[in-house]
Design a protein around this ligand. Structure first.
Ligand SMILES: [Zn+2]
Ligand SMILES: [Zn+2]
Length: 608
């Protein structure tokens, strides 16, 4: 077993931790019953259960063995076997481990000794019946304390010893474990629901995006349907930013190294950037990880008077970040993304008002999109880390400004040290996904470093040059991240205004096809995305297909509709259908679209 680390120290107090930990011993003991030669590596509790890593040599085990192992674990639980602690001096411990051929445990025991973690030079072991494991606890008193049906072996995966790709590949067996059988059941149901809504699965089923190995991992290709969703978000942002007094700019995705030396990205952020590329002689270029330096250059391109501040420059900009291969996931973690970026240059007196306007914009977006499951985090620097620019006074001052804005807005937030940007404090919007996992969706940062580095100035009322502050903000995050959340939040059913196909016209037979074609053309001229189901499927199948594609509006067209110039309207989220004249239906549809109504929720009525 593993030793403790600071991060897990407090969790160790809980009964659940002890139970999950004890279950990993039970797992190892049960595995050794069927594979006595397996070598043990680490086993640990995790957020939903536990795991253990094994080296099975040339005879790996498979998912089919899990039931047998689980039965053996249950048999050990029934026996109420006590966990008994003992200690051995290091040489004795090493000799004991060597006898069992436990090469991984030996390596770790030596490391404990080197680092001085071994207690009085002793290594602790826990015995559970015939099974003995190097471990520092804590465990249950005896195996019988595991509640009935509260655990389940889940899956098998590969895992490198110590997470190191150059070391042997081990077999990791995962188990789920909760305080009761009911909680385990609840978790399994939640996971099933989440898997049905997984943005990778729905992204494929609804033709939103693909990934192609020849293009590269983490580089999604947006299909026509996904591009419509991006465009609609972008259009909304453009309108919102226009009303907020922003100016749009367009800047390039590659840039000379000089710029990132000046900005500090090279010393502080290089690990997250693609490697530099030599272009021309003696000149290195980078794919940009952020748009900020380009916007700063636009600000600096001419003398600015206090009269024109705040200057708000915005751009949906492509940015590129180097994420480790193993951490790439669907649209959530990618290597190329398009960000709802903007930089606000303002006087110190304007900071508070600008910050407030930005936070208001965030709350408007999130409220509108019904992304209720978020918390606000005030991310501060950490004095003991070298990840942050070294200027204690400015950190204190700017952190106080941001705290003050949040307090005045009455926003509930939590403070966290060490999560700031390297150039200033930030407010993060932390959204929980369907599995309860939290991710940062967007941030708003107050920057006191870049104005200095880029020598940004404005001329004040006295004719003196002053330094502006900069706010960095991206309320709609990147398209990749935001849309991955929205797909899962809506289960793929987008409101009319964002939906790739807004209306599906379903003629009940071929005789009404001319009427369907007439309506399709009228809809196209009104910039509505509509399609006729021309397939030879049965009527019921056509309706089912439209529902599977999560199309918000189905207009059914029969003889009666044709004669009266009407449609029978069926919505995705609502069972009842209603008949209305085509003219009224189109008007209602335009209202749904233009007001960006969230008609993917059943509580929103049609504006008829
Ligand atoms: Zn243990
Ligand atoms: Zn920025």
């Amino acid at each position: 077993m593993n030793n403790s680390s600071v991060a897990t120290a407090e969790k160790k107090e809980t009964a659940l931790y002890r139970m999950r930990h004890s279950l990993s011993h039970l797992l190892a003991a049960a595995v050794l019953e069927i594979r006595p030669d397996a070598k043990l590596a680490f086993g640990l509790p995790v957020e939903n259960g536990f795991y253990y890593d094994f080296d099975f040599g040339d005879t790996p085990i498979g998912e089919a063995d899990l039931t047998d192992i689980e039965n053996r674990m249950n048999a050990l639980i029934k026996k109420r076997i006590p966990f008994v602690r003992s200690e051995m001096p290091l040489d004795e411990a090493l000799a004991h481990l060597e006898k069992g051929g436990e090469v991984y445990k030996m390596e770790y025991a030596r490391e404990l000794e080197e680092k001085g973690f071994a207690e009085n030079g002793n290594i602790s072991f826990y015995t559970m019946g015939d099974f003995i494991d190097m471990c520092e606890g804590p465990h249950l008193e005896h195996t019988g304390e595991v509640p009935k049906k509260s655990f389940k072996l889940d899956r098998i995966s590969g895992s490198y010893w110590r997470g190191d790709e150059t070391r042997p590949m081990l077999t990791r067996i995962y188990g789920l474990a909760f305080e009761s059988g009911a909680e385990l059941k609840e978790y399994l149901e939640m996971r099933k629901r989440a898997m049905e809504r997984d943005h990778r699965k729905l992204g494929d089923e609804l033709d939103l995006f693909i990934q192609d190995p020849e293009v590269g991992v983490g580089l999604p290709l947006w299909m026509p349907n996904g591009t419509i969703i991006r465009d609609e978000l972008e259009k909304w942002a453009r309108e919102t930013e226009f009303l907020g007094g922003y100016q749009r700019v367009s800047t390039p995705s590659v840039t000379r190294k000089e710029l990132y030396i000046r900005s500090g990205h090279v010393p502080y952020y290089e690990d997250s950037m693609y490697p530099s590329m030599p272009v021309d002689e003696h000149d290195d270029y980078y794919l940009r990880p952020m748009c900020c330096p380009h916007h700063h250059k636009i600000y600096a391109s001419r003398l600015r008077s206090y009269r024109e501040l705040p200057v708000r420059l915005c751009e949906y900009g492509d940015v590129f970040r180097y994420e480790k291969h193993g951490s790439l996931s669907g649209l959530l973690r990618v290597r190329a993304m398009c960000m709802n970026d903007a930089h606000i240059y303002c006087t110190p007196e304007q900071v508070e008002e600008e910050f407030r306007a930005v936070i208001d914009m965030y709350l408007m977006y999130y409220g509108h999109l019904r992304m209720g499951n978020f918390r606000v985090r005030l991310s501060l620097h950490d004095k003991s880390s070298d990840k942050f620019v070294d200027n204690y006074e400015e950190w204190e001052r700017t952190e106080a400004i941001v705290r003050n804005v949040l307090d005045n807005l009455g926003v509930t937030y939590e403070e966290e040290s060490g999560e700031a940007a390297f150039y200033g404090p930030k407010v993060d919007i932390q959204v929980k996904n369907l599995m309860g996992r939290e991710e940062t969706v967007s941030t708003c940062q107050l920057d006191f470093v870049m104005p200095e580095r880029f020598d940004l100035t404005y001329v004040d009322a006295q004719g003196e040059k002053q330094r502006p502050f900069i706010l960095h903000r991206a309320p709609l995050s990147t398209h990749e991240r935001m849309i991955s959340f929205l797909i899962e939040l809506y289960g793929g059913a987008f409101p009319t205004w964002m939906a790739p196909e807004q209306v599906r016209l379903v003629p009940v037979n071929d005789e009404v096809m001319p009427y369907a074609q007439e309506l399709e053309e009228k809809l196209r001229n009104a910039f509505v995305r509509a399609e006729i189901d021309t397939s030879s499927e049965s009527f019921n199948k056509k309706i089912r297909n439209a529902i599977t594609r999560k199309i918000p509006n189905i207009w059914i067209l029969g003889k009666q509709e044709q004669e009266s110039g009407s449609v029978t309207w069926r919505r995705y989220a609502v069972k009842e259908q209603q008949s209305v004249s085509f003219d009224r239906a189109l008007e209602a549809l335009e209202t749904l679209r233009d007001k960006r109504m969230m008609d993917n929720f059943a509580d929103v009525d049609l504006p008829l």
